[in-house]
Design a protein around this ligand. Structure first.
Ligand code: SF4
Length: 227
């Protein structure tokens, strides 16, 4: 079935309206009843337990860059491309934080603290919790794997702050998606990318589409999986 950008934008506006209705007090109560305490294990900042990619929005990247005197490509890389066009340009729709070869986030310190703690992205700020749209189009609280869940007592203030962050994160995600879709051009001419690059190609371009438009990054095949 062909992707319908206009319909996707419309759907996202409905989701945005639902996200804006999230009751922070109710959400905070759910968080308090679950309980949580960060065990400082650093597992969420490594990737050996599955895909812990940290998706980042442009404003989050810019915040880390400005505060730490880093370049865009010091902070993030294109996420796995999902489409390919007729001139072998790959297309991705997200940026993710860079990782070392061992899978750890480049901002993870040896003592499991975060070197960009005050500027860390929404995902890190709210982990292991997130709001997810269920089939009835209502955002509900979900939890990623984490040994800290149920381990401590949330103060009312902490639960309230986290509930607010979760709501703001969801709204930001949907707004990013809407702006991305509004900038998107040419999707109907692309094919799904199955991960295979033509063996003769040693360098290729990845076009990353985000709320600001499109950024083209040149990659060589060897470095693709490691950056
Ligand atoms: S930015 Fe900080 S909190 Fe987020 S994954 Fe990296 S080290 Fe962990």
């Amino acid at each position: 079935m062909e992707f319908n950008t206009t319909q996707a934008i419309k759907n996202n506006y409905s989701m945005l309206a639902a996200a804006e209705e999230v009751d922070v007090t109710v959400l905070a109560g759910q968080l308090q009843s679950m309980g949580f305490e960060c065990m400082r294990c650093g597992e969420c900042c490594r990737s050996h337990q599955g895909d812990n990619s940290v998706i980042v929005f442009p404003d989050e990247v810019l915040r880390i860059m400005d505060a730490n005197n880093l370049s865009w490509h010091d902070v993030c890389k294109p996420s796995a491309p999902q489409f390919i066009d007729n001139i072998n340009t790959l297309h991705s729709f997200e940026w993710e934080l860079k990782r070392h070869d061992n899978g750890s986030c480049t901002f993870l310190n040896e003592d499991n603290t975060c070197s960009v703690y005050f500027w860390r992205p929404w995902i890190c700020r709210t982990y292991p919790f997130y709001l997810h749209f269920e089939k009835d189009q209502t955002p509900r609280l979900n939890i990623s794997e984490c040994e800290g869940v149920g381990m401590g007592v949330f103060s009312k203030e902490d639960a309230g702050n986290l509930a607010l962050y979760l709501k703001e994160r969801l709204i930001s995600e949907i707004q990013e998606e809407i702006q991305l879709l509004e900038h998107l051009d040419g999707l109907e001419n692309w094919e799904f990318f199955n991960g295979d690059i033509n063996g003769n190609i040693v360098k290729f371009n990845i076009a990353v589409h985000d709320s600001r438009g499109c950024t083209v990054v040149e990659r060589d095949i060897k470095s693709n999986s490691k950056e």
